[in-house]
Write a protein that binds this ligand. Structure first.
Ligand SMILES: Cc1ncc(COP(=O)(O)O)c(C=O)c1O
Length: 400
């Protein structure tokens, strides 16, 4: 007997989780494994944020909150947008969920009719397409490989828009490519959308503060103010403040859309944890040194990894401008054989080979909608990165 509904049969478990589990299994068997599969800061949450959580409990912030988040947190988010982005929102244009992931889920559940199309440039964050599918939408994946800087162009967008398009998802800085859209690039996309008044834009800006090079981050809200009434900005505390486990994400957008998203929140989990909301308020309102210090460390680690991998014959990669991932193109290596005589046919087999042979867990490009690549997270120590580079280089050089 199958317990899965037709809806659930259409999606898969998170591929990066599957790989990470396999890596843990090998580690338990005594193998020395470098896990570069998960997109999670390896730093501890800054102490003042942890302290704010203790204080919240002592102060009695231990009850249900409004489904859309406490007024205090939403005010802190309003101030964040004003201070950091120069964007003006009111508290009823903000909603909070259990992570950005839940806010994204709620959004599609609240807005999609069966068969509505959602344009997703690939490589994309693994969950977008399954969340769209789960909510009855039809993901329209547009490959945007290394040769176009991993970015959607105005022409490609124009070609993908139809009468059924409901959403365009943008993610800058991008997981997994690290690409950042410039203001001009966002404006070019916005210009195309001016002729499609029914299309909404979800701009996932959760890596806003993880900047590795000189390229500035530009919010879609700043680049295309004329689309404000159909733009939803997604953000959260997970990546900027090493708070993945606290589960707080948020969105800013037009009031009616925010109300629809909050309605789903109220009937799924109710408000996010009151304690985490208070901690997130402290994160947004407190000292911000951690944000730039951690970004500087990620930048150093990224350089180590990219410099090392650039020496590997058969890999092509561009230096990521943001987030903490490298996304090398590996198609030249496909068709080669392992020392054991097994042919590597695709990025999934190459990733399995790297885990078995090099002891490094990476995620195949297929998981991000773009086969022929793989992703390595450098949210891990410099020592681990150096070790991984040596092991990967040796394993790739052994392919014939
Ligand atoms: C691009 C992107 N958006 C959203 C999320 C989800 O973030 P949260 O932990 O706040 O749910 C992630 C997490 O990996 C991500 O990489």
């Amino acid at each position: 007997m199958s317990f899965e509904s037709q809806r659930v049969k259409q999606i898969s478990s998170s591929p990066s989780m599957v790989i990470s589990m396999r890596a843990k299994e090998l580690a338990c068997q005594g193998r020395d494994i470098v896990d570069m599969s998960l997109g999670e800061p390896d730093f501890d949450t800054p102490a003042h944020i942890v302290e704010a959580a203790y204080q919240a409990m002592r102060d009695g912030h231990t009850r249900y909150t409004a489904p859309q988040g406490t007024l205090a947190l939403r005010q802190a988010i309003v101030s964040k947008f004003q201070r950091e982005n120069g964007l003006t929102y009111s508290v009823d244009e903000i909603t909070v969920g259990n992570g950005a992931k839940q806010v994204i889920f709620n959004t599609f559940m609240a807005t999609l009719e069966a068969g509505d199309e959602v344009i997703i440039p690939a490589p994309y964050w693994v969950s977008y397409s399954d969340i769209v599918t789960l909510n009855g939408g039809s993901p329209q994946v547009i490959p945007c490989g290394i040769d176009v800087g991993f970015k959607l162009t105005a022409e490609a967008l124009q070609g993908a828009l139809t009468g059924k398009t409901r959403w365009l998802i943008l993610n800058s800085p991008s997981n997994p490519s690290g690409a950042i859209y410039s203001e001009a690039e966002l404006q070019a996309l916005g210009k195309v959308l001016e002729d499609f008044p029914n299309v909404l834009v979800m701009s996932d800006e959760i890596y806003e503060h993880v900047l590795l090079a000189d390229q500035p981050f530009v919010s879609f809200g700043n680049a295309c103010p004329q689309l404000r009434e159909r733009t939803l900005l997604i953000n959260g505390v997970a990546k900027a403040y090493a708070m993945t486990g606290w589960r707080i994400g948020y969105a800013a957008g037009p009031k009616a859309l925010i109300a629809a998203i909050s309605k789903i929140q109220s009937q799924s989990t109710s408000g996010a944890s009151a304690i985490s909301q208070e901690a997130s308020r402290a994160a947004l309102q407190g000292p911000q040194d951690f944000v730039s210090q951690s970004a500087a460390e990620y930048a150093e680690r990224g350089r180590l990894l990219v410099d090392g991998l650039s020496q590997c014959e058969g890999l092509r990669l561009s230096a990521p401008a943001g987030a903490f991932y490298a996304f090398p193109e590996c198609s030249q290596l496909l068709g080669r054989s392992t020392p054991q005589g097994r042919v590597i046919n695709d990025d999934v087999e190459l990733s399995a080979y790297l885990l078995d042979q090099a002891g490094v867990a990476v995620v195949p490009g297929l998981a991000f909608g773009l086969p022929g690549y793989f992703r390595l997270s450098f949210a891990t120590s410099r020592e681990q990165i150096k070790k991984a580079v040596v092991s990967i280089s040796e394993a790739l050089a052994a392919l014939r």
